[in-house]
Ligand binder design. Structure first.
Ligand SMILES: NC(=O)c1ccc[n+]([C@@H]2O[C@H](COP(=O)([O-])OP(=O)(O)OC[C@H]3O[C@@H](n4cnc5c(N)ncnc54)[C@H](O)[C@@H]3O)[C@@H](O)[C@H]2O)c1
Length: 364
């Protein structure tokens, strides 16, 4: 088992990652300690995870009230949040109670948001079950839901009490979802760790059986934990947590214009990573040829490297303008100076972006 800590003073918490018994992981991630404390708790679980792991979850969490979330991004809504909040109230959880979130990023974001607002805030544990949620969404305390006006538009910062990433969950994760998680893994190599990038380049396709899986998940969590410890609320002027959005301004635009659900989040991010790299190359920042190396890794992990069907360029540009990363009317893109080194760049002129979108398959 690998252990690390997200260092946030009194709100510091452990991340445990491993293949050993699920119970041991829960023990060391503090979840079992909190259960033994006699405090009331409830379990929020993704229906897809429950289908594949019911027996084990029944055994490990026998007497805990259980709320099951329908699968998919559409569950990350105010309506579903209300259902979960209502469930917590019906089960009479009080301010000393806590919630256990078992699922991918959708369940974790939704449950964390409900934990942040139920009775003005109760505590919660993250038990991520997708690769994306293990390396990204379960760590760092960003929680929230989508609004009809856009993704993640309502939310709260709410750090968990602990994260227990049990790697055997990934054995049942559909291959397409695993690949989508790899987009975030590749992102970490690009934005902060050239050694990780080289490891991925050398290793080709990563699967749930890859011998380096644990090493990769640990390294991604380390990078995220360091960045979050330095800039928890994404306020740093010189990058900080915003760097984690590498590829995301493009990716969120693709998700919004194509209609949520067309692309998996990680698939849209994969295209966004390559777009950010090509933008960086074109502007003389990143060494020529780097983009093709990035495309190669993305393709080795079954990720798209251009739009699957044409989308409207103007709509994509408009969607980028609505992204939360826009400050004072200027778009803030994350660019690469080299593989493993990223920074924020403000962009006022969208001419280059139009050209770039069209290169990636958008309609003129
Ligand atoms: N909070 C953050 O910092 C942050 C960061 C990145 C992404 N996100 C959010 O995460 C969400 C995407 O999360 P995701 O990619 O984990 O998708 P997801 O939660 O929708 O899970 C993907 C699918 O896999 C199934 N599944 C999950 N675990 C499984 C398992 N072990 N075995 C079998 N099936 C399983 C689910 O039922 C679902 O159908 C997006 O809403 C995104 O905005 C949040």
């Amino acid at each position: 088992m690998e252990s690390l800590t997200v260092k946030l003073g009194e709100r510091s918490y452990p991340i445990r990652i491993g293949f050993e018994l699920f119970e041991s992981l829960l023990e060391s991630s503090h979840l079992n300690r909190d259960r033994r404390s006699g405090r009331k708790c409830a379990l929020a679980v993704d229906a897809g995870v429950l289908e594949d792991h019911k027996e084990m979850l029944d055994e490990v969490f026998p007497d805990i009230p259980r709320w099951v979330m329908p699968v998919g991004e559409t569950s990350k809504s105010m309506a579903t949040a209300e259902e979960l909040l209502q469930f917590l109230a019906t089960e009479r959880l009080d301010r000393s109670s806590f919630l256990i979130a078992v699922g991918g990023g959708v369940l974790g974001d939704l449950a964390g948001f409900c934990a942040a607002i139920y009775q003005r805030g109760i505590e919660f544990h993250q038990v991520p079950t997708t690769l994306l949620s293990m390396v990204d969404s379960s760590v760092g305390g960003k929680t929230g839901v989508n609004l009809p006006a856009g993704k993640n538009l309502a939310g709260a910062f709410k750090q968990p009490l602990g994260v227990a990433a049990w790697l055997p969950f990934l054995q049942t994760l559909p291959a397409r979802e695993f690949s989508a998680g790899m987009a975030e893994v590749i992102k970490y190599g690009l934005l902060a760790d050239s050694d990780l990038f080289h490891l991925l380049e050398k290793s080709g396709t990563i699967t749930a059986d890859s011998p380096i899986l644990e090493q990769i998940v640990v390294r991604c969590c380390e990078i995220k934990a360091e960045i979050v410890a330095e800039d928890e609320k994404e306020l740093a002027k010189d990058g900080g947590r915003a760097l984690l959005n590498l590829g995301h301004t493009f990716g969120h635009a693709i998700e919004a214009v194509a209609g949520f659900g067309q692309y998996l989040h990680g698939e849209a991010v994969a295209i966004g990573l390559l777009m950010a790299a090509q933008f960086s190359e074109k502007n003389g920042l990143l060494e020529k040829g780097s983009s093709s190396r990035i495309a190669h890794i993305l393709q080795a992990n079954d990720l798209p490297v251009r739009l699957i069907a044409p989308l409207d360029t103007e709509q994509l540009i408009a969607a980028m303008g609505r992204d939360k990363k826009v400050r004072s009317g200027k778009l803030r893109l994350i660019v690469l100076d080299e593989i493993g080194t990223s920074r924020v760049m403000e962009i006022a002129d969208s001419f280059q972006l139009r050209e770039l979108w069209q290169k990636f398959g958008a309609e003129s």
